[in-house]
Design a binder for this molecule. Structure first.
Ligand SMILES: [Zn+2]
Ligand SMILES: [Zn+2]
Length: 216
């Protein structure tokens, strides 16, 4: 592990490229990631440390893309976990040492940012510039935490694969639900985000409550 400092401007440039625009969220997300990685002793997140890192993000906003860009963590690699808390917060976990740091954007940093650059053309431009120069302590609350990663949430091959008794679709990584003696997927167990209105092709199982709920 080296102490090579992160290059803020290069990281911001890359996250803006991936995200599609420069915004206060990119600045905040890059700053948050640099601090989080540093606190858990990760200096090369996309290289030698790439298998030692999991990030839990508590928001699906602009800053999340910056966290992904800087850390290299993603849903697809199972190294980014989306916790739908609606908070501008993230936890950086070193899976080798177990050290985990949760960072929360401070609410008063918005006002402090406005005070820093009162002459800016609009408050967002001022906020963006201020987030570049404010101290870590002004931007974030930091707390060391303990995170228990369940085996079924770790990167690697799926642990288990079972078929839903209702819709017939397969569920992996122990996301199935046991209800009234049946093995169900989350959707069939009542937690679905969708309601199918028609079957397009290959759907033969009329046993599916979710898919045909609207029709009956
Ligand atoms: Zn944005
Ligand atoms: Zn199902």
């Amino acid at each position: 592990m080296t102490n090579k400092p992160f290059d803020f401007n290069a990281l911001l440039h890359e996250s803006v490229r991936i995200h599609g625009h420069l915004c206060a969220g990119q600045v905040l997300g890059v700053r948050m990631s640099m601090l989080g990685l540093r606190e858990i002793g990760i200096s090369d997140p996309k290289g030698t440390d790439r298998k030692s890192l999991i990030v839990y993000v508590e928001m699906d906003r602009c800053a999340t893309d910056a966290v992904q860009s800087v850390t290299g963590c993603s849903l697809g690699h199972r190294t980014m976990k989306f916790m739908d808390y609606g908070k501008m917060a993230a936890t950086f976990l070193n899976t080798k040492t177990g050290k985990a740091m949760r960072l929360v954007a401070r609410e008063d940093s918005r006002d402090k940012a406005k005070e820093r650059f009162p002459e800016s053309e609009n408050k967002y431009a001022g906020q963006l510039e201020a987030y570049k120069v404010m101290s870590d302590e002004e931007l974030f609350d930091a707390m060391e935490v303990v995170v228990k990663v369940r085996p079924e949430d770790l990167p690697g091959r799926p642990m288990r694969r079972v078929q839903c008794d209702s819709c017939g679709e397969h569920v992996q990584d122990m996301r199935e639900v046991y209800q009234d003696g049946k093995v169900l997927c989350v959707a069939c167990a009542g937690g679905g985000y969708y309601t199918a209105v028609d079957s397009k092709f290959n759907i033969q199982n009329s046993n599916c409550a979710v898919r045909y709920a609207e029709k009956s």
